[in-house]
Design a protein around this ligand. Structure first.
Ligand code: 13P
Ligand code: 13P
Ligand code: MG
Ligand code: MG
Ligand code: MG
Ligand code: MG
Length: 363
């Protein structure tokens, strides 16, 4: 059976700062989506990461489907009304356009979608991040799909051995989408050359070379490119299919335990480690450290199993303790050097304006 998974995410307002959506807002969004289960949708699951609400929708309508996207838009709009009524901070923050124009691309919400023929057992996971950029997934996905030091399946399984194709997007292109496709392992150094710059290049999708099947898709919306100003961090989502012809679920754990430094954090203006957390975790008052959660599901005829939270078992408490140390070390140096983003990535214009004013004082 051909199934489409659509993951659509938006920040439509949060309690007491950029923390988490209120229960009333979440309930409204869930209510709107639930009404279509058994009609437009085969199934749905709603959760949040920090202040972002994530919709996981399964259906048979294909990617970029107008009705599915319209439903998500309606859910986010109605949720925004509740957020406004409650006086939540940044109500409707990620809904950058007034009118729905056929699909959610270019309107503000993050979109990651994949259509595939369901395998007899179809395990997959949804990764959702808050307070960070689309390139935040570059290193974990590169290591899981291309590096046998982390992903021993690349050596152990003949299905994985031919490697994976990486489709990488140039986020600096604002006029039109611009991609390159590179095969691992042959083009490993070229892939690394691009992915090292997580502010500019982001993995858009990953494909099995042996089977031609899509393994992963990442949302690559840059809010700044739509709004032309700082409207919060992009906060990407991803869908990753696992097991058999793809890396095993447990091969994604160690790569996220690395917690690489990514752009994001306070005012979207710093480099901080990407902390793996449970789903439905509020953003941290510890600087708004970038965070990622992962829920794995099984799929049967488009129906979702209950989820398993990938970063909830006891190991992750120890990982988080280390990540906090790593984060503290960086922020101890405050605004200095790599702690704060480089000028071209700094989304608040305050520093650039001050610099111009100071230049006039130089003699
Ligand atoms: P079990 O299914 O026997 O627990 O082990 C599967 C496995 O090899 C996980 O990596
Ligand atoms: P988001 O609202 O995009 O999560 O980011 C807000 C921010 O910059 C918090 O410091
Ligand atoms: Mg916010
Ligand atoms: Mg957010
Ligand atoms: Mg955001
Ligand atoms: Mg087993």
């Amino acid at each position: 059976m051909k199934v489409t998974l659509s993951v659509l995410k938006a920040d439509i307002g949060s309690v007491g700062g950029h923390t988490l959506p209120s229960r009333k807002v979440l309930a409204k969004v869930e209510e709107v989506v639930r009404e279509e289960v058994g009609r437009l949708l085969l199934d749905a699951y709603v959760f949040h990461i920090g202040d972002d609400i994530v919709l996981l929708l399964s259906h048979t309508r294909g990617v970029r489907n107008q009705e599915v996207h319209a439903l998500a838009w309606k859910a986010f709009r109605e949720g925004t009304e509740v957020a406004k009524a409650e006086g939540l901070y940044g109500a409707g923050q990620d809904l950058l356009k007034d009118a729905f124009t056929g699909n959610l691309h270019g309107l503000g919400p993050q979109v990651a979608e994949m259509e595939f023929t369901e395998r007899p057992a179809e395990p997959f996971m949804v990764l959702a991040a808050d307070k960070t950029e689309p390139g935040a997934f570059n290193l974990p996905l590169y290591l899981a799909f291309a590096d046998p030091m982390y992903s021993s399946g690349l050596l152990l399984s003949p299905e994985l051995r031919p490697g994976f194709r990486f489709r990488i997007m140039d986020l600096a292109q604002t006029e039109r989408d611009s991609y390159i496709e590179l095969d691992a392992p042959e083009r490993l150094y070229d892939i690394a050359t691009l992915l090292r710059d997580s502010h500019r290049f982001a993995i858009e999708s990953i494909w099995s070379r042996k089977h031609g099947e899509q393994a992963a898709v990442v949302s690559t919306t840059r809010l700044r490119n739509i709004a032309g100003r700082y409207v919060g961090k992009d906060d990407p989502v991803a869908i990753v299919r696992t097991q058999k012809i793809f890396p095993a679920t447990e091969e994604f754990g160690p790569v996220f335990a690395l917690a690489p430094y990514v752009a994001g954090d306070t005012r979207g203006s710093h480099h901080m480690p990407l902390m793996p957390v449970r789903a439905n975790t509020p953003a941290s008052t510890f600087f708004c450290v970038p965070m990622v959660c992962g829920l794995a599901f099984s799929l049967r005829e488009g129906r979702l199993s209950e989820p398993v939270d990938l970063f909830a078992d006891p190991v992750w408490e120890a990982v988080r303790a280390k990540v906090v140390e790593k984060a503290q070390e960086m922020r101890r140096q405050g605004f200095y050097g790599p702690a704060m983003l480089p000028m071209e990535e700094l989304e608040y214009t305050g520093i650039a304006e001050r610099l111009k004013a100071l230049e006039r004082e130089f003699s």
